[in-house]
Write a protein that binds this ligand. Structure first.
Ligand code: T4K
Length: 381
């Protein structure tokens, strides 16, 4: 057996937030101090909203304090009600926003290759109560947007995308923001582009943008008129300032992550039972996550064993998204949560592992992680 590789001296997590030189951020903070304007639609908010609309190719765009608020408000603005078809293979925020809007999530199985909701299965789940589809561009892999466009037109349902992982994702050169009624983005610290916490909503329709902007600020039209029951979803000036600084470093971080991913792609597939999740060549990659699927029979080691063993080398991978949302107590009683109806999602959730992906890891760090995985799998630990 090969010699045991050294573990890392410090913990290596699934991600490490991009942090700009501190001076760039403090210089933005000086503007905020000078203006004494901290939130409620200040200059930084306006600048970041405009910059991101351009960067993401969004016809209309609204900033939020986090991605979950953006999705909550999108459900309100699109007047989703009754049932909405969604994926169980996602972060819990996705079905939660439906629940908070008194909408029943209807879990739909995923496609084996794309890991996004299968449009044929989704179509079969449409009932007279269905008002929409909430698809997730999971790991930055776009849903079958053309199939859902047809479903939207044929059945008159809304199509909302959770694009929390899809900053920069393109299909045939077109940004994902161009598809569906709206797309949510998350700018959480764990995302490549982030504002510590933050989110955004790209929308096709100008009237929706007006409604969304009201809804995220309590429905306040002016000092004496509140025209709808809104919430507080506003991004503040400090978040927006961090976003502005980080946006300038986005391309460099994206390129650095591509170099890390290239190491994984070139070496991991050689390990029996490990398969890298690859995006098709017509999809521009968000570089948000690097995913492998573990086939325990071929590998000799289960996904969970690999996940546990990696910790002994100070590598903290993540099992995004296990368990499925449909397996959590708050959803498991729903008829659509029956694992028998979700065979692909159930199996895939037991195979996937997110490996560390961030620029600072470097090719050297990625090579060391591959050496460790090779050692664990070859030794059938
Ligand atoms: N839809 C989808 C599909 C999503 O994936 C998410 C969020 C949302 C909706 C909701 O968007 P937001 O409302 O959050 O904008 C993390 C993130 O908190 C969450 O934003 C993200 N998805 C999810 C996939 O990952 P956890 O519970 O895994 O986070 P945590 O605290 O375990 O962090 C993961 C690792 O990142 C840590 O092991 C270390 C590292 N880390 C984390 C933080 C917060 C750092 O190095 N520095 C940090 O500041 O949820």
């Amino acid at each position: 057996m090969r010699q045991k590789p050294d573990g890392f001296a410090n913990p290596i997590y699934v991600t490490k937030p991009m942090l700009p030189p501190l001076g760039e951020f403090t210089s933005q903070l000086e503007d905020i101090w000078d203006s004494a304007w901290l939130t409620n639609g200040g200059a930084k908010h306006a600048a970041l909203e405009a910059a991101l609309a351009k960067r993401l190719g969004a016809r209309h765009f609204s900033l939020f304090n986090n991605g979950t608020s953006a999705l909550l408000v999108a459900c309100q603005a699109l007047r989703l009600a009754g049932e909405v078809i969604t994926t169980p293979f996602t972060f819990p925020a996705t079905p939660h926003v439906l629940h908070w809007n008194n909408v029943t999530p209807v879990f739909c199985d995923i496609d084996e290759e794309t890991l996004t909701i299968d449009p044929a299965v989704a179509e079969a789940l449409i009932t007279p109560r269905t008002t929409g589809v909430l698809g997730v561009h999971v790991y930055g892999m776009p849903c079958d947007v053309n199939a859902f466009e047809r479903i939207r037109e044929q059945y008159g349902v809304k199509v909302l995308y959770d694009g929390a992982h899809a900053f920069g994702t393109e299909i045939d050169g077109k940004p994902v923001a161009e598809f569906g009624d709206a797309t949510m983005y998350s700018f959480h610290a764990t995302k490549l582009f982030h504002s510590a916490e933050g989110g955004g909503l790209a929308m096709a329709d100008e009237a929706m943008k007006r409604r969304v902007d009201l809804l995220k600020n309590f429905g306040i039209l002016n000092e004496t008129e509140v025209i709808m029951p809104g919430t507080n979803g506003k991004m503040n000036e400090v978040q927006a300032a961090l976003g502005l600084v980080n946006l300038a470093h986005y391309d460099a971080e994206h390129a650095a992550r591509q170099r890390v991913a290239q190491v994984y792609l070139s070496r991991l597939d050689e390990i029996p039972g490990i398969t890298c999740f690859r995006l098709p060549p017509n999809v521009g990659h968000s570089m948000q996550y690097f995913i492998v699927r573990v086939n325990p029979q071929a590998c000799g080691v289960s996904r969970d064993r690999l996940y546990d063993m990696l910790k002994q080398f100070n590598v903290f991978s993540r099992r995004y998204f296990y368990p499925l949302c449909s397996e959590h107590n708050c959803y498991r009683a729903l008829p659509s949560a029956d694992p028998g109806r979700l065979p692909i999602a159930t199996r895939v959730s037991r195979e996937v592992l997110a490996l560390p992906l961030y620029g600072e890891l470097g090719e050297d760090g990625a090579n060391r992680i591959v050496d460790i995985i090779q050692y664990i799998c070859n030794g059938k630990q």
